[in-house]
Ligand binder design. Structure first.
Ligand code: ADE
Length: 224
């Protein structure tokens, strides 16, 4: 998979890609991530990428010209399956959307900033609009990092243990069951006995039961 991220402040999004699973995935050649600074696509001397909104009002709006230049340059080199705009008024990201996007080959992720982008960018180039939740961030960069993390870990081969992503919360519509590691007894706080029994079918049944109970308690909305 190839991910091209377009931003006015690419510095603030790079570090999540420089460690842990997102770095391993790149090192293993399973995903390529490229950052594009919108200011490199301006034509004016001041490298201006934003301007006042028509009709007045607070905040600045990202201009269409540099965005179009950047997207056109990328599209001239390859086909893209999705051009995603990170925005609080987009469809709220969930595991199902992450699964679908993880199957794509080439995607562009556009990060908004300030008041957002000129509506014509959305009308003309964007195929998907994604929000990471009902709150407003200062820009789409952190949201783009969240989106990328959620999809990169689903690419086959990225997680050491192939079944790992399958047992994540939400992957089967339920929250994940509790996990424990050594010691089996910590100052009298014991690990549930079933987990040290070695009886795999019984352990699986216990985990399924726990997942259901926890989901009922914490997120009953997932069961309806
Ligand atoms: N940009 C600002 N807030 C955002 C959000 N909640 N999700 C995605 N992009 C955003």
């Amino acid at each position: 998979m190839r991910i091209d991220i377009i931003s006015v402040v690419p510095d603030i999004i790079q570090s999540p890609f420089e460690g842990s699973i997102m770095k391993r995935a790149q090192d293993a050649g399973l995903v390529e991530v490229y950052f594009h600074n919108l200011r490199d696509y301006t034509t004016n001397n001041y490298k201006q990428v934003d301007d006042y909104p028509y009709g007045g009002g607070a905040g600045m709006v990202l201009m269409i010209a540099p965005i179009e230049k950047c997207i056109s340059a990328l599209k001239a080199a390859r086909d893209y399956d999705a051009i995603i705009y990170m925005t609080p008024d987009g469809e709220v990201l969930n595991q199902g959307t992450a699964n679908k996007i993880s199957l794509l080959k080439n995607i562009i992720v556009l990060c908004g900033h300030y008041k957002g982008v000129d509506q014509r960018v959305r009308d003309l180039f964007i195929t998907h609009e994604i929000s990471i939740g009902d709150y407003v961030l200062s820009g789409g960069e952190l949201a783009a990092a969240v989106l990328c993390d959620s999809i990169i870990r689903l690419i086959p081969g990225v997680l050491g243990n192939e079944t790992s992503a399958l047992t994540d919360s939400f992957q089967d519509g339920l929250l994940a069951p509790p996990v424990y590691t050594r010691p089996a007894d910590y100052n009298g706080h014991k690990v549930p006995e079933i987990l040290t029994s070695g009886n795999t079918p019984k352990i699986e049944a216990w985990r399924e039961d726990q997942a259901l109970e926890i989901t009922k308690k914490k997120r009953p909305d997932l069961l309806t």
